[in-house]
Design a protein around this ligand. Structure first.
Ligand code: FAD
Ligand code: NAD
Length: 466
């Protein structure tokens, strides 16, 4: 039996951040991970490898379609698929090694194995034949999520795959049907369509990335269509079949008419479910909701007072940075500090090109809740910086309270939106007004000026710059 102040189960962005902050606060900390490498979904099969492939495929698309206009001639251009994937794996390795370093630097004990609760106070960690028992003053569950499926669709990991298998393919797929036009669906579609795979997206809703302000999805749809992605909205997939080297998808349109498509791969991207299997929660007093998420209070405490849960396994936005914030929150709460998270000020980003980024309320939400707002919208086609780089697609849209100028929501689709959204998060967090935001200086020429113009327009002034 080994004793610790804090035991963290799972080493994704929730777990590793919770462990580091706990150790920084002076707690004797152990982190337990069932896989060989640290980093969880995000580092190994999520955020990091997808962004590596999105960047590689974006460079290829730029070289294919824009270099000529920039005056750059290339005689031969080809995708070296194994090299693209090799670089992706190297990026992942650098990040997992970075985590190894952070664990040893902070003197965090690292255990490989599956953690399972014996009761509310004890866990066992099993790795093959080896079993270690651990007793900790506080536990932090950060076991993340796994891909979901839908009735009639069995993920065989060969022809009917998830994002995880898509990240370890050996050669470029000729064709792919993606079920789900949410975040994973559009990011995966971008990677593969840019390098020549014939991609079809089948989405149930009437918009891509339907959880975000609908204008973003509409604009993204136009761009992806131009890139050659076949996007079919309002479609309900109900069955898949595999036959040797291909798979078939069966779906109904809004008129209930049947359709089918065949492709080399079918990628299922219909959401993710909490991962608690093997955790022995039945041996504890921890409660779960009807969808299997661990129930927690605002401090991420479960129904057992010294057991906390964070990240994807508790639901809410399934985002790495949300899990990270919760990791810090819990470590500091155990330490007696008064921390809180503004969940409505956590940004969402989709790493297509143009990028999509959002914080705060969407127009649909404001309308539904009868909240008055002014819109300020500025197109990147009117931005000097965007013209210089030929990245003129998209817009910056701000939604502002008409009376006090409070910033209710910021929605951007355009080059570098992922980084631009940070200033909107600061503005919302510190409750500055749209006027405060347009009265500060923005470097010229930058993409950020589109936001300044949007704040000006929302405040009743015209645009003043290009
Ligand atoms: P995870 O990262 O899922 O980590 C949980 C860890 O716990 C895993 O390593 C698992 O092996 C381990 N574990 C589970 N059970 C046990 C057990 N009993 N014992 C020991 N270990 C256990 N989010 C973003 O913010 N930005 C992005 O760009 C982004 N891109 C994504 C792309 C893809 C393809 C996917 C699938 C997800 C992406 N996400 C992104 C979401 C992000 O990956 C998750 O929100 C994040 O990883 C959640 O972190 P977590 O710590 O809760 O869990
Ligand atoms: P999602 O919830 O974003 O999208 C799933 C989509 O599948 C929905 O639009 C839904 O309408 C559709 N769908 C469901 N059933 C269907 C059916 N029968 N037929 C057709 N369409 C159907 O989920 P996801 O894309 O799988 O992503 C999972 C999680 O991972 C998300 O919560 C996301 O936050 C996270 N993630 C984040 C990033 C990022 O931050 N850039 C990237 C990837 C994943």
């Amino acid at each position: 039996m080994e004793n610790f102040d804090i035991a963290v189960i799972g080493s994704g962005p929730g777990g590793y951040v919770a462990a580091i902050r706990s150790a920084q606060l002076g707690y004797k900390t152990v982190i337990i991970e069932k896989y060989d490498t640290l980093g969880g979904t995000c580092t190994n099969v999520g955020c990091i490898p997808t962004k590596a492939l999105l960047d590689s495929s974006h460079h290829y698309a730029e070289a294919s379609h824009q270099f000529r206009d920039h005056g750059i001639k290339l005689e031969t251009l080809a995708v070296d698929f194994p090299q693209m994937y090799k670089r992706k794996s190297e990026v992942v390795s650098k990040n997992t090694s970075g985590l190894d370093y952070l664990m040893s630097k902070n003197k965090i004990t690292r255990l490989k194995g599956t953690a399972s609760f014996i009761n509310n106070s004890l866990i066992k960690v099993t790795d093959g034949d080896q079993i270690i028992e651990i007793n900790a003053g506080n536990y932090i569950i950060a076991t993340g999520s796994k891909p979901s499926s839908i009735p009639g669709v069995e993920i065989d990991k060969k022809r009917i795959i998830t994002s995880t298998e898509a990240l370890s393919l050996k050669e470029r797929p000729k064709s792919m049907v993606i079920i789900g036009g949410g975040v994973i669906g559009v990011e995966m579609a971008s990677i593969f369509s840019r390098i020549g795979t014939q991609v079809t997206i089948l989405e149930y809703a009437d918009h891509l990335i339907a959880g975000m302000d609908h204008e973003l999805g509409k604009s993204l749809q136009k761009t992806m269509k131009k890139e050659g992605v076949d996007i079919r909205l309002g479609q309900t997939v109900y069955k898949t079949e595999t036959s040797g080297s291909s798979a078939k998808v069966f779906f109904k349109d809004k008129n209930n008419e049947d359709h089918e498509l065949e492709a080399e791969y079918v990628l299922v991207a219909v959401g993710r479910s909490p991962y608690t299997s093997g955790l022995g929660l039945e041996n504890t007093g921890i409660q779960m909701d009807d969808r299997g998420f661990i129930k927690v209070d605002e401090k991420r405490k479960t129904s057992v007072s010294h057991i906390y849960a964070i990240g994807d396994v508790v639901g809410g936005a399934m985002l790495a940075h949300k899990a990270e914030e919760e990791g810090v929150l819990v470590a500091e709460t155990i330490n007696g500090q008064k921390r809180h998270i503004h969940y409505d000020r956590i940004p969402s980003v989709v790493y297509t090109w143009p990028e999509v980024a959002s914080v705060g309320f969407s127009e649909e939400y404001l309308k539904k809740n009868n909240i008055s707002y002014h819109v300020g919208k500025f197109p990147f086609s009117a931005s000097a910086r965007a013209r210089a780089s030929m990245d003129t697609e998209g817009f910056a849209k701000v939604l502002v309270d008409p009376k006090y100028g409070e910033i209710l929501g910021v929605h951007i689709i355009g080059a570098r939106a992922a980084d631009l959204i940070a200033q909107a998060v600061i503005a919302q967090e510190y409750e500055v007004t749209a006027e405060d935001m347009f009265r500060i200086s923005y470097a010229h020429p930058t993409y950020s000026e589109a936001l300044k113009e949007a704040y000006l327009i929302a405040s009743g002034q015209g645009a003043i710059n290009i």
